[in-house]
Structure formats: structure tokens, C-alpha cells
Design a protein around this ligand. Structure first.
Ligand code: AP5
Length: 228
């Protein structure tokens, strides 16, 4: 199965992806993680993308499209894309690349909808393990020992683009492209919208229901904005 996860910054895409990847067995590609890894290793790409990311702006289509399409897994593997595509141009490029390489189309798109106020609240409490990338929240999902990863004991960190001013810009950038992108997938009968403004366990169930509907090819039977 080939899936795409959409949603604003802090909606819970990474959180839900962790569950989905382990329960459905998909290769996980997160555009933000790929860009951050490139920056950490100081590649040529790092210089090109750093300014955009630090300002909360989208990396230009011509850069991100090449980065992601070069990393698409083999056609035989199922995968989950988180954070790509983010514009209609990216979506068209993805569709074309899949057709051109005989990898078939994507099977479905799950959009996690959350209000800006909740996104801001979630991002302000987000903490990450820099080693295993596990995501925590200081209140909603704290680690057993404050400030330490449950899995490997590493000190948790905050993302450099998680500061209030940058988050506002990331939300603004998101809203500029989100509606046309959702329409693009809705028009193709691929979109499942989930109300993400609920606790992580409830959202997880809704996402799993959406994926089950995608798997059975029965997207229209799922209540839009529900999957309850
Ligand atoms: P990226 O890394 O993709 O960031 P994002 O889309 O802004 O999303 P986040 O990772 O911030 O949020 P999330 O939805 O994964 O939330 P999470 O699960 O962590 O992109 C970063 C930058 O890279 C962009 O700004 C851009 O510059 C560039 N970029 C990336 N892709 C690009 C593209 N395609 N085109 C152009 N530029 C691109 O959850 C957040 C917090 O909430 C956590 O603490 C979590 O524990 C908590 N939480 C989650 N769910 C719940 C819940 N249901 N209830 C309570 N708390 C919850």
C-alpha cells in the first residue's frame, strides 16, 4: 500500500506515522526528517534548504521534488509519505514519477485536520529523541523520566523551528497550499479526512479505520471528517 499523510505542523503526522508504519509494515519517508538529516551531515543540500526551514517557509518545489523522488522505495514495498507532497506541483510530480517508473499510483491520502490553536499548543510541548526520532509531549505523552527517551535514555531536544514566531510562519505557509492540495486528492477519490483534535489514541483508531477503508477500496463509505 502506498499512502500519503497530510496535515498542518503539529497535527500529529509523525506521531500517527510511528503507529502506522509498525502496524501496517510500511517504509516511512518523512520529508522534514530527510531535510534535517541532510542538514546535520552538512551536505551541499544543507546550505540550500537551511534558510527556508529556519524561517518556517517551504523549501522550493524544484529542490524538494528531486530529494523525495530520488528516495522513493522499490515498487514492491508499501510506503508512507509524511510531509510530501505539500503543493499541487509536488503532487503532480509524484504522480508522474510513479507512472513513469511503473510503480503504480498511490492508494490513499489521510488528512489529519487540527486547528491552528491546538497545533501551536502541541508544538510548544513537543520533545524529540535525537537518536531514535521518537516524539514526546511534555503533557500529552511525557517520557517516564523527564527529559530522557524511554527507549535509549538520550536527552530529549526541541526542534529549532519550533519557536513561536517560526511556527506562525509554518502555519501560514501550510494554509497557502493546503486547500488546493486536499482538493487535488479529493477530486481523485483518494482523500480521507480525520478529525485530529482528539487524544492520540482516538486519532490512531480513526487513522487505522481510514487506512482499512483505503485498503478495501471503499473510501466513500468512510464518514468524511470522522472515521469514528
Ligand atoms: P516537517 O518536519 O514535515 O514539519 P511539519 O509538517 O511542520 O510537521 P511537524 O513535524 O511539526 O508536526 P507533526 O504533524 O509531525 O506532529 P507530531 O506528530 O510531531 O517540515 C519541516 C520543514 O521542512 C518545513 O517547515 C519546510 O521548511 C520543510 N519541508 C518539509 N517538507 C516539505 C515539502 N514537501 N515542501 C517544502 N518544504 C518542506 O506532533 C506534535 C506534538 O503533538 C508532539 O509533541 C506529539 O506528542 C503531540 N501530539 C500528537 N498527536 C497528539 C494528540 N492527538 N493529542 C495530544 N498531543 C498530540
Amino acid at each position: 500500500m502506498k499512502l500519503v499523510l497530510l496535515g498542518p505542523p503539529g497535527a500529529g503526522k509523525g506521531t500517527q506515522a510511528q503507529h502506522l508504519v509498525s502496524s501496517v509494515g510500511l517504509v516511512y519517508l518523512a520529508s522534514g526528517d530527510i531535510l534535517r538529516a541532510e542538514r546535520a551531515s552538512g551536505t551541499e543540500l544543507a546550505d540550500q534548504v537551511a534558510g527556508f526551514m529556519d524561517a518556517g517557509r517551504l523549501v522550493p518545489d524544484e529542490i524538494i521534488i528531486e530529494v523525495i523522488l530520488n528516495r522513493l522505495p522499490d515498487a514492491t514495498l508499501g510506503w508512507l509519505l509524511d510531509g510530501f507532497p505539500r503543493t499541487v506541483r509536488q503532487a503532480v510530480s509524484l504522480e508522474k514519477a510513479l507512472i513513469d517508473t511503473g510503480k503504480g499510483g498511490i492508494d490513499g491520502v489521510v488528512e489529519i485536520r487540527v486547528s491552528d490553536a491546538v497545533c501551536i499548543q502541541r508544538i510548544s510541548g513537543r520533545r524529540l529523541c535525537p537518536v531514535c526520532n521518537r516524539v514526546y509531549h511534555t503533557h500529552a505523552s511525557p517520557p517516564a523520566e523527564p527529559g530522557r527517551c524511554d527507549d535509549d535514555g538520550t536527552a530529549l531536544t526541541q526542534r529549532t523551528d519550533d519557536h513561536a514566531e517560526v511556527v506562525k510562519e509554518r502555519l501560514r505557509a501550510y494554509h497557502e497550499t493546503a486547500d488546493p492540495l486536499a482538493s487535488y486528492y479529493r477530486d481523485r477519490g483518494l482523500l480521507q479526512a480525520i478529525d485530529g483534535d482528539r487524544d492520540a489514541e482516538t486519532v490512531k483508531m480513526a487513522v487505522m479505520n481510514a487506512v482499512a477503508a483505503i485498503r478495501s477500496g471503499d473510501i466513500s463509505s468512510q464518514a468524511q471528517l470522522g472515521g469514528r
